[in-house]
Design a protein around this ligand. Structure first.
Ligand SMILES: [Zn+2]
Length: 182
């Protein structure tokens, strides 16, 4: 039986120390507001379900944030200690598969985690996340040439087959003019 079958490594890791580690790496000189950048922040209790996760309030913009806000570690179902261990194993050059075995996780979960951690333990989360319904601009697809490639080539040459950018700009113009006429 392998050692990893006997030892539940994440269970031995101290949550409070993991959050302290993140704070230390993220804010060398004390917490700063991720919204406005101000250092005028005060402690504001702890997370309801994770008692070691410090909440902060910004006196400059009144924004509220915690140790993980704005980092790739926020909003994930894996506890912070699992992320920290994953990061540690990456430093030992373990493969995603080995990390998954050690942590008892799904290989694809570990792949996602290591991709994000490659930018650093406290890397900033991407600015824009598209969620819910996303509207895509009108798209014009040039129809098949139906066995008449010469005709299509001729039309393209004469300018009728304008670039997709031009067609998209025209579509946008049509939409805005419709709106202003309404
Ligand atoms: Zn602020």
């Amino acid at each position: 039986m392998a050692a990893s079958d006997l030892i539940n490594l994440p269970g031995l890791i101290d949550d409070a120390k993991c959050f302290a580690l993140v704070r230390q790496h993220r804010w060398l000189e004390g917490a700063r507001c991720p919204m406005c950048g101000s250092g005028a922040v005060i402690r504001d209790g702890h997370d309801d379900t994770q008692p070691s996760r410090q909440r902060h309030r910004c006196k400059a913009c009144s924004g509220r944030f915690d140790d993980l806000t704005g980092t790739v570690l926020a909003g994930h179902h894996q506890p912070l200690r699992v992320w920290v261990l994953c990061f540690y194993f990456m430093g030992l050059n373990l493969s995603n598969r080995q990390i998954a075995l050690e942590l008892g996780l799904d290989g694809s979960d570990v792949q996602t985690m290591t991709e994000q951690l490659r930018r650093g333990l406290v890397a900033k989360a991407p600015e824009v996340e598209l969620t819910g319904e996303v509207e895509i601009d009108e798209v014009y697809v040039v129809a098949g040439h139906k066995g008449q490639p010469a005709a299509v080539a001729k039309r393209a040459g004469s300018g009728a087959g304008a670039s997709w950018q031009a067609r998209r700009a025209a579509a946008r113009w049509r939409r805005t003019s419709r709106r202003s006429l309404a």
